[in-house]
Write a protein that binds this ligand. Sequence first.
Ligand code: NAD
Length: 321
Amino acid sequence: MAANLKGHDSHGVGMVPAYVQNIGAGLLRQDAQAQVVKDNGAVMVVDGQFGFGQVVGRQAADIAMQRVREIGVVCMGVRNCHHLGRIGAYAEHCVEQGFISLHMVNVVGHEPLVSPFAGRQRRLSTNPFCCAVPHTSGHPIILDMATSAVAMGKVRVAYNAGDQVAAGALVDHEGTATTDPAVMYEPPLGALGPFGLHKGYGLAVMCELLGGALAGEWTAQPENLRSHHIVNNMFMLVLDPQAFGGLEKFQYEVNAMVDYLHSTTPAKGAQGVMLPGEPERESMAKRLVDGIPIDDKTWAGLIKAAATAGLDEKEIETLTR
Ligand code: NAD
């Protein structure tokens, strides 16, 4: 729900049917806890044991922050998490404690979704990158993005709602640009493209190698399992700004730079310059008042998932009244 409030319906309650399905298939372990499997001081490896990403990811961040309080920096490999959802959630958890965090994530366990720059076939997934810096106003700067032109969940939301996606985000089976989300669901299948041409593709490769090969145990290469699983491996760097040039100077520069960026005259027709993280804050303020819109197909999926999870019709009706 927090992801929905922040405007990322792609990573919100619409994922519940997939989670319920994976619990049933034994691919998501409801009781799993994050386990430290290697501890070399500033370098740690944590295994999520295929537990709820939302649980084990947060536990991993807590373990990292405990160490950062002692030594100022932690570089952590977090492997085998069931879908971590919105990566910004873990970054927010770190910046709330005054730390900087950086996350490079790969996505495995299913067929790849994203074609490399200048290629046709799918070779990677939406490999998110996230970096967050605290701000004294309590409004941290949070860059949190898929390295594909759009997140796969956003294609799902558009497909469910009968909408088109933004131009430049998808290619059909011949590698031709299309705005029709059906190419990701109905044969002949197309692919998501990387954002920012070769640069986004390059960042996706680094997320794959640091997230999947260094921090995790598997990348998207074809020898590895592809069984409708949703697994995230995350390379995570957590830093205490106090351990570097001192907190006061850091905060002064961050505040001054944020003000400088905000003072930019808006481009013709634009509303104004924002910092990464602001659109999510705006969405949250609005949705806390107006509620979260959910399209009919997503809602039907949730009701079906509730029935699959064992709720009878009357219970579902009572809960959704
Ligand atoms: P997006 O394109 O909506 O936003 C990307 C970033 O740009 C955000 O930090 C946002 O604050 C910033 N931004 C947006 N508009 C801006 C503007 N006008 N000015 C300045 N900054 C602006 O995000 P996305 O790429 O669609 O990703 C959505 C979510 O999907 C993310 O939370 C990501 O973690 C998640 N994701 C998760 C997985 C996974 O496997 N768990 C995979 C891919 C994506």
